[in-house]
Design a protein around this ligand. Structure first.
Ligand code: DC
Length: 226
C-alpha cells in the first residue's frame, strides 16, 4: 500500500513502547523513509563522551553539535548512523551512550539545533519519524501523529529480551536505568515526552507488532482518502 500523497507520520513514545520496530515496518510498507531521531541525540552523546565534554554543559554541547555531522541512512529495520562519517550504529546502543543521550537531550539549545536538522531531513514528506517530540515540536503539523505507550513493566521486559540480559543484577540495573530515563524524558522542561493534543494513543501492552502496524496502516489509509 502506498498513499497517494507524501504524508508526514510522527511516532512518539517511551523506550520499549515498540516505536522503532513499528516505525520501521510502517515505513517499509508505505515505501516511506524511516528516521530515528533518538539516534541523533545518541550520536551527539557519544561524541561528548569521547571528547570529554561535560553532559550538563548546554553551551558546550550546543557548540559540539554545531560542529558535528550526523547522518541517518534508512537501512533494513533501522538506521545506519554516521557520526562525522564514521559508522556508530552499534556503539550508540550501548548502555553508557544510552544514559548519556538522555542527559544530553534535556538541554534546550541542543534540542533547538536537533529539531531544525530533523525538520530539514523530513521536509519533503513521505517520512515516518520516530522520537519523543516529533508530533509536538518537530512536525506539529504532521498529518498523522501516533503516540505509542505500554505498561512500564512490559516495556522493561521487552528491553530485557532485546538486550539478552542474563544475570539478575544486570536485569535490575536495566530496569532502574529505564525508570530513570523515563522520568527524565517525561519531566524535563524542554519538550517533555507527552502526546500531542491531536495524537492517536495506542497502548501496545497487549498487542503484537503486526497488530499495531495494521492499526497504523488503517489510520494512514483513512487519512489518505479523507
Ligand atoms: O529513542 P532513543 O532511546 O534512541 O532516544 C535516545 C534518547 O534521546 C532518549 O533518552 C530520549 C532522547 N530523545 C529525545 O529527547 N527526543 C527525541 N525526538 C528522540 C530521543
Amino acid at each position: 500500500m502506498s498513499p497517494s500523497r507524501k504524508l508526514t507520520i510522527a511516532i512518539d513514545g517511551p523506550a520499549g513502547s515498540g516505536k522503532s520496530t513499528i516505525a520501521a515496518r510502517v515505513a517499509k510498507k508505505l515505501g516511506y523513509v524511516n528516521l530515528e531521531s533518538g539516534a541523533m541525540y545518541r550520536a551527539l552523546a557519544l561524541k561528548a563522551l569521547e571528547q570529554q565534554v561535560p553532559l550538563d554543559d548546554a553551551d558546550a554541547l550546543r557548540a559540539l553539535a554545531e560542529n558535528t555531522l550526523i547522518q541517518l541512512e534508512p537501512h533494513g529495520e533501522g538506521n545506519q548512523v554516521l557520526l562525522d562519517g564514521r559508522d556508530v550504529s552499534r556503539r550508540i546502543r550501548e548502555a553508557d551512550v544510552t544514559a548519556a543521550a538522555s542527559r544530553v537531550s534535556v538541554h534546550p539549545p541542543v534540542r533547538r539545533l536537533m529539531v531544525a536538522r530533523q525538520r530539514e531531513m523530513g521536509s519533503e514528506g513521505g517520512v515516518v519519524m520516530e522520537g519523543r517530540d516529533i508530533g509536538t515540536a518537530v512536525f506539529p503539523d504532521a498529518e498523522i501523529k501516533i503516540f505509542l505507550d505500554a505498561d512500564a513493566n512490559i516495556r522493561a521486559e521487552r528491553r530485557l529480551l532485546q538486550d539478552g540480559t542474563r544475570s539478575a543484577e544486570e536485569a535490575q540495573r536495566l530496569l532502574a536505568d529505564l525508570a530513570t530515563r523515563d522520568l527524565r524524558d517525561r519531566t524535563r522542561e524542554a519538550s517533555p515526552l507527552v502526546p500531542a493534543r491531536d495524537a492517536l494513543i495506542i497502548d501496545t501492552s497487549r498487542k503484537s507488532i503486526d497488530e499495531v502496524v495494521a492499526e497504523v496502516e488503517r489510520i494512514v489509509a483513512e487519512k489518505d482518502i479523507g
